[in-house]
Write a protein that binds this ligand. Structure first.
Ligand code: DOR
Ligand code: ZN
Length: 346
């Protein structure tokens, strides 16, 4: 039985850091275990232009603990008015490495997102030309489509037609939650990939809804049936480089989650790596953890893996803090609901 594991330092290819008091509280948590993170642009006023991204990156860097080498890799929020020239300038700077497509109304702060996908064609053509990946929140938003079917319908009705119009565009399907998502993600190696979150590997829809409604497990895309969670574990532990870690750690204040209309998002930055080690260990796939957390994402984005290593040790169950304090109030940390025996020790 393996009790110590040394791997290349992980990166988080999908992270929400917010702004202000939340930013100050959560940045050190991500910087503790991760070398780099792809920063989502859905602030209350989204990060739409290159100039917005440079300013936000500055605020993130200011919030880092002294001496931290954590590197925020920025994204731009695509709107129907995005200027291809600005996208190009942003990508060529090296500061912005991808652009994020939110269907309008799909999730937190997505009102400025896309309604008419054909309007994106010039921007997407430019991205395909320069090799800039598009990250996509893959859910349709129409009220007729059941919330548990929104990912599968998006693949058929939006994503596949979009990729047929522009087969050279690199696409990351963010936070996949279904067997259909996992199957589609492996269908075009090198051009198509998918991030998988920590929480979608650990909870299903029963965890949210059975025996009482648990707002801290509510996120989007909504966790599905158990058979889908098992498919995600199979994908993440398969060693297929099209699947890599994006935690989608999404802090919301407790008062916004514990409400009659609670926000979507699960905060996992602080305990993701121990939780993932536990999931991979239980799947007898600890040898596949490093590829998923530390290698495949960097390769897809054309970057080298981190030089640093981290070491994890397995021992008695670890106790994590229940809350992260911020100047605006507490945030609840993801409770994986199973014993986690792994701890990052160096
Ligand atoms: O659960 C989620 N929370 N899903 C998203 O897509 C957005 C995120 C957020 O920003 O809170
Ligand atoms: Zn997200």
């Amino acid at each position: 039985m393996k009790n110590t594991l040394t791997i290349t330092q992980p990166d988080d290819w999908h992270l929400h850091l917010r702004d202000g008091a939340l930013l100050a509280a959560v940045v050190p948590e991500s910087a503790r275990n991760f070398g780099r993170a792809l920063i989502m642009p859905n602030l209350t006023i989204p990060v739409v232009t290159y100039k917005d991204a440079v300013a936000y990156r500055g605020r993130i860097k200011d919030a880092l603990p002294d001496g931290s080498s954590f590197k925020p890799l920025m994204t731009l929020y695509l709107t129907e008015k995005t200027d291809p020239n600005d996208i190009k300038k942003a990508y060529e700077s090296g500061i912005v490495i991808a652009a994020k497509l939110y269907p309008a109304g799909a999730t937190t702060n997505s009102a400025l997102g896309i309604e008419n996908f054909e309007k994106l064609q010039p921007v997407l053509e430019c991205m395909a030309d320069i090799g800039m990946p598009m990250c996509v929140h893959g859910e349709v938003t129409s009220h007729e489509v059941d919330i548990f079917d929104r990912e599968a319908v998006f693949i058929d009705k939006v994503l596949d037609p979009l990729r047929r119009r522009l087969p050279s565009l690199k696409v990351v399907m963010e936070h996949i939650t279904t067997a259909e998502g996992a199957a589609y993600a492996r269908s075009d190696p090198g051009k198509l990939a998918a991030t998988i979150t920590t929480h979608h590997l650990m909870i299903n829809r029963n965890n949210i809804l059975a025996g009482g409604i648990r707002p801290h497990y509510y996120c989007l895309p909504i966790p599905k049936r158990e058979k889908h969670r098992l498919c995600l574990i199979e994908a993440a532990t398969s060693g297929n480089p099209c699947y890599f870690l994006g935690t989608d750690s999404a802090p919301h204040l407790d008062k916004s989650k514990e409400s009659s209309c609670g926000c979507a998002g699960i905060y996992t930055a602080s305990n993701s790596i121990p939780c993932l080690a536990e999931v991979f260990d239980r799947a007898d796939a600890l040898d596949k953890l490093e590829g998923f957390t530390s290698i495949f994402g960097a390769n897809f984005y054309g970057l080298s893996p981190n030089k640093r290593k981290i070491t994890l040790n397995k021992d008695l169950p670890v106790i994590f803090p229940q809350k992260i304090k911020t100047d605006d109030g507490p945030i609840t940390l993801f409770n994986p609901n199973i014993d986690i025996h792994w701890k990052v020790t160096s």
